[in-house]
Design a binder for this molecule. Sequence first.
Ligand SMILES: [Zn+2]
Length: 453
Amino acid sequence: MPPSTQSADPHRSDVPDPSAASAGGDSNSRRTAPEHTGPDRPGADRPGSTRAASSGAASDGAALEGAALEGAASKRTEPGRPGSQRPSSQRGDPAPVDPGALDPDRLEEVRVQASAAIATAGDLDELAALRTLHLDGRGAPLALARRALGALPQSERVEAGRRHNTATAAVRAAYEARLAELTAERDARVLVEERVDVTLPGTRRPRGARHPLSTLSDHLVDVFVAMGYEVAEGPEVEHDWFNFEALNLGPDHPARSSHDTLYVDPVGSGLLLRTHTSPVQIRTLLSRPLPVYVVCPGRTYRNDAIDATHSPVFGQLEGLAVDEGITMADLRGTLEAFAQALFGSGLATRLRPSYFPFTEPSAELDVACFACRGEPARQPCRVCSDEGWIEVGGCGMVDSNVLVACGVDPARYSGFAFGMGLERAAMIRHDVHEIRDFVDGDVRFGLSFGTGN
Ligand SMILES: [Zn+2]
């Protein structure tokens, strides 16, 4: 903005009509200025455009400046104009001294008005504003009156000063009184508004619940750890060799079909989402010294659509024992202890012949139904559908091909393996009918199992 208009602006609203006409001329000059300062004008550049505007419109700008100064000056030279004191003091200009402000009547009037206004202040903010307006502010009548003291002759000054002090003290007393009232009101209101009932119960954050599958998995792992087993874990994205090849599932085995297995891009990488926890057994045999006794809990994946009893993601728990002289009797005894830990003590177990590529011979482990115990008097039984037996999982003696793939001498070592689905076990154990309840994430489902074991 040109310097000339900067100095004129603060007063422009106050300038009388003739000056306003000049201001119009100035805006004209500013409109025309860019024509003079266009880029094709020699010697003109952007930063200099304001300078060019003021110099290019030298006559108009000078006229405005003169008019503005004149207007401002005329205001300052009008102390006698009615009402001129208040506006000038509001702008912070030195107010003219008015000895009449110390007249007894004037002072009394000021005291009455100020005290009345202060006494009716509605709140502390309004009271503070009234204090400035009537008592402390530069334009407050009492402040102006005090300044007038110096203009009085010495003979009148003492008496006038006393009057002024009395009036000021009265207004200040009114202020203090109202301040005390408003402060008390505010404090009382805050006490009510911010009252805290310490006898009310606090806000409690609801406790979460362990997932029932985690609880069951930990419980079963504890059973095996108590028998001397170690826990082994492996990756959920697994290589084909660990998941199929080493477990005696040849290239043409139907389980390798993409109808059953979820493969990982890129195609041909040999990576897949493990379809069982058995690859952990392979990794264990390859990495740990014999003998090994491990239990492997974990998440597994199959290309299944979700329904009441199937899920593409499910938990498994597998066990593997490889040592010298291991027989099926060891398997039988181990699984009996395991089944009773799962469903209760005193339940009979049985092995039914079955087939798995990685065990030979293979069997299904059944445990007597914990609900009806196979007794017709307790049937019909929803748990076992009157079968009297519950299928828990698969097991068998580790196939010699698996041992060889892992570099174990089958002539010296033998072993057994078993596996079970955690969801299925939990559904039977807790009478859950929807496998989806395990993955829906509704904390109320977990809470119904308790937060501990
Ligand atoms: Zn039953």
